[in-house]
Ligand binder design. Structure first.
Ligand SMILES: C[S@@+](CC[C@H](N)C(=O)[O-])C[C@H]1O[C@@H](n2cnc3c(N)ncnc32)[C@H](O)[C@@H]1O
Length: 380
């Protein structure tokens, strides 16, 4: 609680009315400066929060209706040309282009439209598909379950799971019970992993290991990247049996089935393979509670050879729990939907779990990426 005496008070003549509005704005700016710019929320920020759902729906519509692809191929089109190319009526085109322009996703120059530089960069770097897969995941999975965020907080459990068909105990099991949803999820997960796995594959010297276990390895995007970068490695991918079928298909396509073995398993119940040099926890220690994470890390510690390592890679929250924004917003998804107890934990939370699991030596690596991805390597 902030003591009353510490609260900045507004002078009585600046109660926000239409007449004094400007004064209140100026006063807010002054108070924000006095607060060392830490309190920097503006009314414009508040507008974006109030209409956050519409902001996302405009982005999603721009993707689904093909605006960004069209403007990448044909920049500087007029409203009428865009409507004609996308086979949309004039009125919805007008509304959509207004939304996309106001959100800075596209630019209006005279009466012609082009993609913003950031959108152009996604095409130039050939990562548009990966970005689009993330948008589809947000639209078809995160949006659906996030309606239950408040109830999830109240009830201290992932109430949003109820929005997904099936009997599975968590989202990962239900994905395979809701037709097409596993494809949305693994397209996203594979695309996101493809975007970020160079951050850890290129940073860690895996040539010192012979055997690596990819715990909760998903569709095998990471195992495949690792096997291709380090031809000496033997990799075991552990995941639930339904997801292993997707992983096996990808491994076969890359002709890597002699190097990557797939284990259909429940990682909380079934034995971890013994005498391993490295256990990877990529984008998984965000799903469960810290107690569950410690349990998994202890199992890895027991199964590691002396000198072997655990690698944790996912987004990280700062130790003083004030961001980064992406870590905070992604946490709401983990609270609402996939499983009880998950969020984007702090670096220190993960280090505490590692210590409890028996590790004494650990190193943090901040990837310096636009997403707050981080690596922790702990050695036995
Ligand atoms: C967020 S995805 C991450 C996938 C992959 N590591 C990546 O980075 O692309 C989490 C994965 O953990 C798997 N998983 C969740 N609970 C599991 C369990 N109890 N046993 C085995 N795998 C599990 C899911 O099926 C899913 O593929």
């Amino acid at each position: 609680m902030v003591a009353n005496s510490e609260k900045p008070t507004l002078p009585s003549d600046s109660i926000p009315t239409a007449q004094t509005n400007g004064k209140v704005h100026n006063l807010l700016k002054t108070l924000q400066l006095v607060n060392n710019n830490k309190d920097s929320l503006t009314m414009d920020d508040l507008v974006l929060l109030l209409y956050g759902h519409s902001a996302f729906q405009n982005l999603y519509a721009g993707c689904e209706l093909g605006v960004f692809e069209l403007l990448w191929e044909h920049p500087d089109l007029s409203q009428a040309e865009i409507a004609q190319q996308l086979q949309l009526a004039g009125y919805p085109t007008k509304a959509l282009l207004l939304g996309l322009t106001a959100l800075k996703l596209i630019q209006k120059v005279g009466d012609r439209y082009r993609n913003s530089l950031v959108i152009q960069m996604l095409f130039l770097e050939k990562i548009w598909k990966e970005f689009y897969d993330v948008v589809l995941f947000e639209a078809k999975i995160v949006y659906r379950g996030s309606i239950d965020y408040v109830d999830s907080l109240r009830q201290n459990r992932n109430v949003g799971l109820r929005q997904f068909r099936g009997q599975g105990a968590d989202l990962y099991n239900r994905l395979h019970e809701d037709p097409g949803l596993d494809q949305v999820f693994y397209n996203f997960m594979g695309s996101w992993s493809k975007l970020v796995n160079p951050l850890w594959v290129k940073t860690i010297d895996f040539s010192r290991f012979d055997s690596v276990v990819d715990v909760g390895g998903g569709d095998a995007t990471n195992s495949i990247a690792l096997a291709q970068a380090f031809p000496n490695l033997k990799i075991t991918l552990m995941d639930i049996p339904d997801s292993c079928k997707i992983a096996q298909r990808h491994i076969d396509q890359q002709q890597l089935s002699d190097r990557i073995q797939v284990m259909g398993t429940n990682i909380f119940i079934d034995e971890f393979p013994k005498n391993q040099d490295c256990f990877l926890f990529i984008h998984v220690l965000v799903i469960w509670s810290l107690a569950d994470n410690t349990k998994l890390l202890r199992r890895a510690h027991e199964a590691l050879n002396p000198g072997g390592s655990v690698v944790i890679f996912n987004m990280m929250t700062s130790d003083n729990e004030d961001g980064p924004l992406m870590a905070a917003l992604d946490s709401s998804y983990f609270v609402s939907i996939p499983h009880e107890g998950g969020m984007i934990y702090t670096w220190r939370d993960h280090e505490n779990c590692l210590r409890e699991a028996g590790f004494t030596q650990m190193e943090r690596i901040d990837c310096g990426f636009w997403a707050p991805s981080g690596i922790i390597v702990a050695t036995k």
